[in-house]
Structure formats: C-alpha cells, structure tokens
Design a binder for this molecule. Structure first.
Ligand SMILES: Nc1ccn([C@@H]2O[C@H](COP(=O)(O)OP(=O)(O)OP(=O)(O)O)[C@@H](O)[C@H]2O)c(=O)n1
Ligand SMILES: [Mg+2]
Length: 421
C-alpha cells in the first residue's frame, strides 16, 4: 500500500501557513489490511481509519457518485484498484488536491515543498501561485457543501479569487436546488467557520455572486439595495454596511457569537416600509423577529442566538446611551440581563462597536459608549444587594418591594457615580 498526505495540510505547508489537521489517503489497501496493522475503523459513510499511534485520519482512496440531492446522497466506491489520481479528482478544489508521499513527510510534520515530490495532476500548485480557487472536476457538483467551503476559503485566503468556471458551476448547482437540500447543521458549521475567518465579507460576497445567499439567508440577502441615512451611514447601502461591520468584527478579533450578532443586527432594515426610507424607525424589533426565523431554520446554538437577540433589540439604545438618565440606563442593563450576564453584555457592546465603526470613513473612530456602559454596569453592580434586601426584610417588606428597593439603590449608585443624571 502507498500512503500520501493530502488536502489542507499540503496546501497550508505550500503557502507557509501554520499546519492544521493532517489527512492521509491510502492507495492499494483493503480495510482488512489496515485493521491488521492496528488502524481503528471510524468512517460511517466512507472507509476512514485512525492511525494506531498518531490518531490522524487515514482514508482509503475512493471515488464518489451522487445518488440523491443533498449532503448524504452519494455512493462511495473504495477498493484497492482506486488510484491516487482518481481520489484527487473527486476533491473540491485544485489547491486541496495535491498529494505528498508519506515518506517525504518527516515525523516532525515538516516536509519538503518540492514540486518533484508532490503529486499534483490537476494544477493545484499553479492555482496556488495564481491565487485561484478552482474546482478539480465536475465531481465538485456531488457535494453542495462545497459551495459554502469555497465561500469560506475566500474569506480565509483573502487574495484568492474564485475561478469564473467554478462560480458558474456553483450558480448552476444553486439553480438546481442543491443548497436547499443541505442539512441545517452543515450550513451552520460552514457559516460559523467562515464568520471566524479574517475577512468574513468575502464569504458573503461569494455566496451572493452564486445566488446561494438568497437561498440560505434570504433575510441577509435582502439588505443589499436598502438605503440608510447618509448622515449616519456614509456608505448608504445596508448590505455594504453589514459587510463592513463583519470585517470590523474580524479586525477586533471578536468571538463567534459577536460576529453572528453583527450579521443579524440590522435584518429589520430589509422590511422597512418604502415610504419611511431611508430612515429605519423600529427596525430593531423587526430584526429580533426575523432573527428568530433564522435561528430556528439553521439551528443556531444558544449562545449565538441569545447574544444576537440582545444586540438586535438594543443596539440603537446602546449607541444613544450616553444621553440616558440613571433610570433609563438601569432599565437597559436590566433588559439585557447585564447584571446576571456581564460577559454577554460586554460582548453586546463589542458588537455595537463593530456596528458603529463598520461605516464608511468611520473605521478608526472611537466608540466611547463601550467604556461608558461598562462603567455603568460596574456602578450598578457595586450595590450590595444582600444588605439592601436584609434591611428591607427587617422592615417587613417582601418580594416585589425588595426588588424595587434594589432597583432604586442601583439608580442612586448610577447617579452618584456620575454615569447618568
Ligand atoms: N466537502 C469536501 C470536504 C473535504 N474535501 C477534501 O478533503 C480535504 C480535507 O477536508 P477538510 O479537513 O474539511 O478541509 P481542509 O482543506 O483541510 O481545510 P481546513 O483548513 O478548513 O481544514 C480537503 O482538502 C479536500 O481535498 C472535499 O473535497 N470536499
Ligand atoms: Mg483539514
């Protein structure tokens, strides 16, 4: 049997990027032969094994053929006569279809990037040089997740472009309804990974270009072409603003829930009645409503969903908050459940900063609201609630009345701290 390193590990080594997971392909072997050598079978859909010592993935060379729409609909053929070239042909992109013989890969994980070593039948190295994301063969069609992968790679390899013929193929797949058949978990997984890349806007650009965004996230796709007030939004177009907000979130190294909250905070602007434009009165509540549909459809995890809800509802108030009186300040903190969930509130503030700076010409402006709200939260937290509660109980007060006293003590603390009038 022959063993080769393939996929992302070869690509990343070639680009001089830090190594991630390593995937190996085994040619000329049977499952029995690998089991006899101590490999552990793990593949449910394909013959994949874990190395007895390193636990890295070793897959038997295989071909795949589509049998039904969607992610699960394919038949796999793995046999000792499947060649390396055949296995590479069924992969997504040429840059992911380069193989390095195992004996050219040293134990430390380093290997020589030497074109004489590499097996590269589909021009992957040329596409790495030209910075092109190009499909290997028409087998690309057999897995619609690849549409999302290409978009995600565009967000990571920011100076790569998608080959025209690959974009055309992706468009064909979208038109054939292929993305509609994807299971929500896969869509979310790829979107989440793309959001965490260095330039998430590029993922959405590619998804828009091939028509997939309107199928997967119609609420987001609808934001392009919606105008905003030029005095607040010099970029005017809501979709353009959204992309700037996402890239600001990446620049500020925001965690995933913040990036998801950025993605959905303005959804309601797409449903603003035409006669109100370019103003968006009350869009926050409409964003929160549309967000619910997105989260149900894509099974968005709780932390992302909850933060996005807070940000959708309150971002306008957080922006305006420096002018709030003590009572309104505390009410916002309470609506955000900030006293019990201070980290989530801090994340909401970060999302709001991305929103404020994700505007044309404002990328480097300050966002004093963030320290302001953190100080306000600290002032509210400084109230010794047990003491207030004990004193109230001593006076014979109960339940709601005690809550009222705690609230009043926090308002007073906000006033005394000079945070609000
Ligand atoms: N839908 C998919 C998923 C994977 N692959 C192939 O399997 C390899 C490994 O997959 P994976 O680890 O998911 O992707 P990587 O390319 O390694 O990228 P990442 O850095 O995101 O792990 C890919 O390079 C590609 O050759 C594919 O063709 N189609
Ligand atoms: Mg990988």
């Amino acid at each position: 049997m022959q063993i080769y390193l393939v996929g992302g590990a070869v690509r990343d080594a070639w680009l001089g990027r830090p190594p991630g997971d390593r995937d190996w392909v085994v040619v000329g072997a049977t499952p029995e032969a690998l089991l006899a050598q101590g490999y552990l079978a793990v593949g449910k859909d394909f013959p994949v094994f874990l190395h007895p010592r390193t636990h890295e993935e070793y897959a038997l060379a295989r071909t795949e053929r589509k049998t039904a729409p969607g992610y699960r609909g394919f038949a796999v053929h793995a046999a000792p006569d499947v060649t390396l070239e055949q296995d590479l042909a069924r992969r997504d992109l040429t840059i992911n279809a380069i193989a390095a013989p195992a004996d050219s890969v040293s134990a430390s994980g380093q290997f020589l990037i030497n074109s004489e070593n590499l097996i590269d039948p589909y021009g992957g190295q040329q596409d790495l040089r030209d910075k092109v994301l190009r499909h290997v063969t028409l087998a690309f069609r057999e897995d619609p997740v690849r549409i999302l992968r290409v978009a995600r790679f565009a967000a990571r390899f920011t100076d790569f472009s998608v080959a025209a013929e690959t974009l055309a193929l992706m468009r064909e797949m979208v038109d054939a309804g292929e993305v509609d058949a994807l299971v929500p978990e896969r869509v979310w997984q790829e979107l989440a990974r793309g959001l965490m890349e260095v330039q998430p806007s590029r993922m959405f650009e590619v998804l828009r270009d091939c028509g997939a965004l309107a199928r997967l996230l119609p609420e987001v796709a609808a934001l392009w072409g919606v105008p905003q007030r030029a005095d607040y939004h010099p970029e005017i177009d809501t979709g353009v603003h959204l992309m700037m907000v996402l890239d600001m979130a990446a620049r500020l190294q925001a965690p995933l829930p913040v990036r998801f909250a950025c993605l959905t905070h303005d959804l309601g602007k797409a449903t603003t009645p035409a006669d109100v434009l370019p103003r968006h009165i009350g869009h926050e509540a409409r964003s929160a409503q549309l967000l619910k549909g997105v989260c149900q459809r894509l099974r968005v995890p709780t932390d992302c969903r909850e933060l996005a809800d807070v940000v959708a509802r309150e971002h306008g108030n957080i922006h305006r908050g420096m002018e709030f009186g003590a009572s309104a300040t505390l009410r916002l903190l309470e609506r955000c459940d900030a006293l019990r969930k201070p980290q989530r509130f801090a994340d909401a503030l970060l999302a709001c900063e991305c929103d404020a700076r994700g505007r044309l010409g404002l990328h480097d402006s300050a966002y004093p609201q963030r320290p302001h709200w953190l100080q306000a939260l600290a002032a509210a937290q400084s109230v010794a609630t047990e003491v207030v509660a004990r004193e109230a109980q001593a006076k014979g007060l109960q339940g709601k009345d005690i809550g009222g006293l705690v609230h009043a003590a926090r308002v007073a603390a906000l006033r005394n701290s000079g945070m609000a009038a």
